[in-house]
Write a protein that binds this ligand. Structure first.
Ligand code: ATP
Length: 314
């Protein structure tokens, strides 16, 4: 269990993290979401003991990060922002060095290095200096060093930034498979990543937590929760008939896609049956029809553009 209590960080007069409190347990993958400069990286730096908080405490499996930094850091793997490394070492030298720092030697060290090289598909760059690698490979080396000691806690600052789609997929699979026995905290700007890997999402802005819920709970707060989109083979204006359906709050149309309508429900009501009944009674030919669970980008925008008066959503 990680427990964070009223964590704060100021740089001069500027308050980057303004009293964050939460706990995370084993098996959880917590995603930090937030606009640029929200305080995500600064929070991660304090969780890992990389910078000292101005106030508040961090406890990692009972070890206070300031009082017992070695015990806490032993069980943490950290991919910092930008994945810094010793650039003049080759990938193989760098990973062996990190394994040694983590206390491994001999066959154990070699098997640790081979395992992460396989997990992050680094075979083709093993003998190249880290500085000469592409951004995606550097990030994969950064993840490899973070997991080399099989830590109980993984803190990954934008782990898939700069990766190609195949590697993004592979790293998300890796995070999912590692998460069963660990606590994983990631930061990301990719909203689809939250639904793909996180069991819980925290939206942070101006150094404060604005929402802390499962991705599905957050999606359910969107006006598109249970919205129904239909695409019809017809040029007729069907808008009035759809707007008049019971439970429909609004109907959105698209200039670029005539025949496509999105019905927004009022008060969390289902409009699916009313719409399909209307389609059947009119004999309209349907090209496509689907119900949405909600849109995270919509919720993100709403929460992070309403200023700091927003209440915490749980
Ligand atoms: N060492 C520092 N000195 C002064 N200001 C800092 C320092 N580190 C961070 N900040 C400021 O604190 C705020 C939070 O930065 P942080 O890097 O935590 O944001 P972030 O949410 O990770 O943003 P991004 O998504 O852009 O990475 C920013 O305004 C940043 O400029």
């Amino acid at each position: 269990m990680i427990k964070i209590d009223n964590l704060k960080k100021s740089f001069g007069d500027f308050c980057a993290v303004d009293g964050i409190t939460f706990s995370v347990g084993q098996g959880e993958v917590l995603g930090f979401l937030g606009p640029n400069g929200a305080g995500k990286s600064t929070t991660m730096k304090m969780l890992t003991g990389f910078i000292k908080p101005s106030a508040g405490t961090v406890s990692v499996f009972g070890h206070d990060i300031e009082q017992a930094p070695l015990q806490a850091k032993r069980i943490i793997g950290y991919l910092p922002e930008g994945a810094p490394a010793y650039g003049d070492m080759t990938v193989s030298q760098y990973l062996a060095f990190i394994a040694e720092v983590r206390g491994f030697s001999g066959d154990d060290l070699r098997s640790r290095v081979s395992k992460v090289v396989r997990q992050l598909a680094l075979q083709s760059v093993l003998h190249r200096p880290v500085d000469n690698l592409s951004k995606g490979f550097k990030r994969r080396v950064g993840i490899a060093q973070a997991i080399i000691h099989d830590p109980q806690v993984l803190i990954l600052d934008e782990p898939t930034d700069g990766l190609d789609p195949n590697q993004k997929h592979q790293v998300r699979e890796l995070i999912r498979s590692l998460s069963k026995e660990k606590i994983v905290i990631i930061s990301t700007h990719i909203l689809e990543e939250v639904t793909a890997v996180c069991t819980r999402a925290m939206i942070i802005a101006n150094g404060r937590v604005l929402a802390d819920a499962t991705p599905a709970e957050l999606e359910a707060r969107s006006r598109y929760h249970r919205a129904v989109t239909v695409e019809l083979h017809t040029d007729d204006s069907l808008l009035p008939a759809m707007q008049g359906l019971p439970g429909v709050k609004a109907v959105e149309t698209s200039d670029s896609m005539p025949g496509r309508y999105t019905l927004i429900p009022a008060d969390d009501r289902s409009v699916f049956k009313a719409l399909t009944d209307l389609i059947t009674s009119k004999g309209w030919e349907v090209k496509e029809l689907y119900v949405e669970s909600g849109r995270l980008d919509d919720v993100f925008r709403e929460l992070t553009t309403t200023g700091d008066s927003a209440e915490v959503v749980e």
